[in-house]
Design a protein around this ligand. Sequence first.
Ligand SMILES: [Zn+2]
Length: 116
Amino acid sequence: MHEFAIAQDIISSLEKNLPEDFAKITSIDIETGAFSGIVTDSLVFGLETIFTEKQINSVEINIKKIEAKAVCECGNSYNLEDIFELCPKCGSAVRELNSGTEISVKSVNIKEDNNE
Ligand SMILES: [Zn+2]
């Protein structure tokens, strides 16, 4: 399952980048491009499963889909939500995609710890 592999990548990079705070994560915000091929529910499920396996419970996972940006051969730039959309100005499908395939972790919230 594609999303599960991505969830594992996200979690291992969090563990690497936040060795002290990993267990204190309360929520994460992720952005996925419209063309990343990610099924949001599956990614959430994958992340929840791994967090639970690591005994980190009730992490809030927010996933936001980002529209892709394209520049048409006519010079018009536009946003598109799916790959079959055509240029709204000239109807062409010839374009350069500038974004839409990325997956990124935008922010991670960590529980406040009064003992430190
Ligand atoms: Zn066009």
